[in-house]
Design a protein around this ligand. Structure first.
Ligand code: EPU
Length: 339
């Protein structure tokens, strides 16, 4: 029997069902659910489902969602403020709160869909900022009901990755995040389009930066409420300098970002566009016509349609450039296995 619809819980807008759906409002309520044996295996912990792809139409297991809310100042001095945020707080509500309060650090991450807990798991990033840059610590509860606070160093953050994405952390639930923000203006304007969008501003303000980020995002990225998608579908591949130099000889206009002395990041959106995929569809799944890194549901697509398109795109990029691009979104199977 199809029990619980997850359609409102995945931004691809896929028609998927699960056996059980549980929500909790505090760490204690989560621990109670665990001790009552209601968190049955397999389980999947989700935020707003903005970085998920259900590959089938049924998840044979329990889906958990945190409704832990609240934004609380923990400590502050003249220069900084430390603030604790519940995992279930909508990320952009927190950004908006910071901008209103005059706290600097997350404004470049405006309008990213999802909730605060998932932001810390995924290490969301945009316009020269990653959320790890402002995280102090992450609160968790594990499947035995044990609480543990991880310092930012213990979270092992890297590009769109953290310890909490490792299979070994599958039974660790993020319940809250502590951030340190600046009270003294400190803007990050390394991203060219953001700098340009702000070039006419006489005095830079947090609100102006937020507005510019929102404008840029709206011009390039589809609104999940209108067109199902999960933001960037693939990660930007990081390649050796030798590989980058070979490609640059063939494509001198190729955009890239320096990572460190050995490695360079190449925008997957550019690679995909060069393969002719931008704006093309396969059934009801398509490569977005304004940003080739985003796959969209044109209406009525299944998880399998999106997977088929993703594989076709990956194959083309590999054939043309010899680079294997990897999904940023989490593929979730039927609960019996996670792809
Ligand atoms: N590009 C193309 N064609 C495209 C898309 C991009 O040629 O269809 C080129 C652009 O011209 C530019 C370069 O690729 O030279 C980079 O494009 P863009 O600035 O749009 O950023 P991105 O690398 O495609 C990343 C993040 C985004 C984030 C932006 C801005 C990843 C996987 N994606 O995209 O994050 O908003 O930078 O910082 O790192 C997300 O994670 O969901 C997301 C939207």
């Amino acid at each position: 029997m199809r029990k619980y619809s997850l359609r409102a819980h995945n931004t691809f807008g896929l028609d998927v069902f699960a056996d059980h759906f549980l929500e909790y409002h505090s760490e204690d309520e989560l621990r109670e659910l665990i001790s009552e044996g209601r968190v049955t295996v397999p389980f999947l912990h989700i935020g707003q489902g903005s970085n998920l792809l259900f590959t089938g139409d049924y998840y044979k297991g329990t889906v958990l969602h945190s409704c832990i809310r609240g934004i609380t100042v923990v400590s502050e001095d003249e220069n900084t403020v430390c603030v604790h945020v519940g995992a279930g707080v909508v990320w952009d509500d927190f950004v908006c709160h910071c901008v209103t309060k005059g706290w600097y650090g997350v404004e470049n991450l405006s309008l990213i869909p999802g909730e605060t807990g998932a932001a810390a798991v995924q290490n969301i990033g945009a316009y020269g900022v990653e959320v790890k840059d402002v995280i102090v610590s992450v609160d968790t509860v594990d499947l035995n009901g044990r609480k543990r606070v991880y310092s930012v160093d213990e979270c092992c953050y890297s590009y769109r990755h953290s310890l909490f994405k490792e299979p070994s952390s599958k039974s660790v639930f993020v319940t809250g995040v502590q951030f340190r923000l600046n009270k003294i203006p400190r803007f990050v304007l390394t991203y060219g389009a953001l700098r340009e969008a702000l070039s006419d501003e006489k005095t830079l303000t947090l609100q102006a930066v937020r507005d510019a980020v929102v404008r840029i995002r709206r011009s390039k990225l589809p609104d999940p409420a209108v067109c199902g998608n999960a933001g960037s579908f693939f990660m930007n591949p990081i390649v050796s300098r030798a590989c980058w130099q070979k490609l640059l000889a063939l494509y001198p206009y190729m955009p890239y970002y320096e990572v460190d002395a050995e490695r360079v990041k190449i925008p997957a959106g550019w690679l995909i566009e060069q393969c002719g995929w931008k704006g093309r569809s396969l059934g009801q799944a398509a490569v977005y016509d304004k940003q080739a890194l985003v796959l969209v549901n044109l209406g009525g697509a299944t998880g399998a349609d999106i997977v088929a398109l993703a594989k076709a795109v990956q194959d083309s990029v590999y054939q043309k450039f010899g680079i294997s691009i990897q999904p940023e979104v989490l593929f979730v199977g039927d609960g019996m296995k996670t792809e």
